[in-house]
Design a protein around this ligand. Structure first.
Ligand code: BG6
Length: 494
């Protein structure tokens, strides 16, 4: 399916996201013949650049993401011809008239219909200013086309600001034209959770509290916070990863089957999961949540500095770079089956995976059979080495009946030798097509903030009390207390 002819207007276009992710993804869509026949990309930001300077920068970004591509490739120059730039001060309302003129000029030049996707790749402070500017100059409206707006995370910093932002955007755009992006939903392996669950008859009968003991969602990174000290100091791992990406993954695992595969039916089910999140009592918060911060250490043989020594980070910061939470869902399907989420920076390995731990057999008949929770696991490896594995016990050949865990694996790399598409490709294409299935809805966002807010308030109250320090390259020891021993599966984690 091809999207209608349109313009993509990217705000904050001189930034990293545009060069590293958005433009390379758009180029890939162009090469795969998925962009509309007629399109224009207009970048806008405060930095003064000519069209050609902007194109050169974007060309470098594309070449970095596609090592085998040559700068002389004819398709690359054809694509870049459709890329334009305008330096303008987003804070100055008068300049929106100039922007509007530039938009109309390009629309006339290419005989484009009046369809525009606005993409907010700016710092969050601009999420209000720009839509208001677009409203004032009239660019936010059309009588014979469409307007859609994509808003990057963070969508608010708490329930109050998220609601406020939604209200403001809804006063300018229709709710179904507001696209809150969560790039995890653009990942192929994440979308496949829905297909795995709802296109196969064999998993769904087991997919509940009667057969699943617990679920783990792990997203660990080796990188520190890099140059994002300023942002991270006001965010932390809970807001940066859990409030959005990891709760969304959990929702895909926990949701009820939708009545149809359309955006609203799916997003209804996701919102229901978020509304069933069990809110902690103050005691539960202490027991079921661990927060940590990295100190100096070694990763892949290299020494790295601690969080408090990073640029733009306060020397006595209590901001968490690690969080582990035991989550309970108060609903019929999941009552009594906890979801453990772990995420952090500067850990030993970069990986995101979901492990479904099934309950064990009622009786252990064999030597070597796992005691504790069962070793029957379904492991969904989101990245890297994308795969799905099912683990179960089999007899070791020879005499006796000794059991050993084996794994039946599906590797994405065996499907095709092409690399999996980047998350932004899918999400950009969807917004151009007007499909919001993989974007999050206001009610889900708000329900997730309702769950996150009290945790943050509790941490603020406690200051550094309860903050666990971990040396870069290792996990905080405190996470051991989250999961009871009989849930741990020692025999297959050898
Ligand atoms: C971003 C966070 O949303 O996701 C980053 O702001 C994090 O801190 C990143 O590193 C992780 O994304 P991915 O796709 O590399 O797992």
């Amino acid at each position: 399916e091809k999207a209608d002819a349109q313009m993509l207007l990217i705000f904050g276009a001189s930034g990293d996201l545009t060069t590293r992710k958005l433009i390379p993804a758009l180029y890939e869509l162009y090469v795969r013949n998925l962009l509309p026949e007629n399109f224009v990309i207009l970048g806008a930001a405060r930095t003064v650049l000519t069209d050609n300077e902007f194109r050169r920068k974007q060309c470098d970004g594309i070449l970095t993401s596609q090592k085998e591509l040559s700068a002389k490739d004819a398709r690359l120059s054809l694509f870049l011809k459709r890329v334009y730039y305008m330096g303008f001060d987003t804070q100055n309302t008068d300049e929106y008239e100039t922007l509007k003129n530039r938009v109309e000029e390009l629309q006339n030049l290419y005989s484009l219909p009046d369809n525009i996707v606005f993409y907010m790749a700016t710092p969050p402070e601009m999420y209000e200013v720009i839509p208001l500017g677009l409203q004032k100059c009239g660019l936010a409206y059309t009588s014979d086309g469409f307007r859609r707006i994509v808003v990057e995370k963070p969508f608010g910093t708490d329930i109050k600001s998220a609601k406020h932002l939604t209200r403001l955007l809804e006063s300018i755009f229709d709710e179904h034209d507001i696209y809150r992006i969560d790039h995890y939903l653009g990942k192929e392996t994440v979308q496949n959770i829905l297909v795995l669950r709802f296109s196969n008859g064999i998993f769904e009968p087991l997919w509940n509290r009667n057969y699943i003991d617990h679920v783990e969602i792990v997203s660990s990174e080796t990188l520190g916070i890099g140059n994002r000290g300023g942002y991270y100091e006001s965010s932390g791992a809970l807001r940066d990863m859990v409030q959005n990406h990891l709760l969304q993954l959990m929702a895909f695992i926990a949701m009820e089957p939708p009545v149809a595969f359309d955006p609203e039916s799916i997003r209804d089910e996701i919102a229901k999961v978020f509304k069933s999140l069990h809110h902690y009592t103050p005691e539960e918060m202490q027991e079921q949540i661990v927060r940590g911060q990295y100190t100096a250490g070694t990763i892949a043989g290299e020494s790295v500095q601690g969080y408090r020594d990073e640029k733009n980070v306060s020397g006595d910061s209590v901001r968490e770079t690690y969080v582990a939470v035991k989550i309970e869902l108060d609903n019929w399907r999941w009552a009594g089956t906890p979801f453990y989420i772990y995420t952090g920076k500067r850990l030993s390995e970069k990986k995101t995976e979901i492990i479904i731990h099934f309950k064990s057999t009622p009786q252990q008949l064999f030597v070597g059979q796992c005691s504790g929770s069962s070793c029957n696991q379904l492991i969904i490896r989101v990245q890297p080495n994308e795969s799905i594995a099912l683990r179960f016990g089999l007899k070791i050949p020879g005499s006796g009946f000794e059991v050993r865990q084996v794994s039946m694996d599906f590797l994405y790399s065996s499907l095709s030798d092409k690399k999996l598409p980047d998350a932004y490709e899918r999400l950009l294409l969807d917004v151009m097509l007007g499909d919001s299935t993989l974007y999050s809805r206001a009610d889900a966002q708000e329900a997730s903030w309702n769950f996150i807010d009290p945790i943050i308030k509790n941490w603020v109250k406690r200051g550094k009390d309860g903050l666990a320090f971990y040396a870069s390259g290792s996990d905080p020891e405190e996470i051991d207390r989250l999961m009871p021993h009989d849930k741990k599966c020692n025999c297959c984690n050898e």
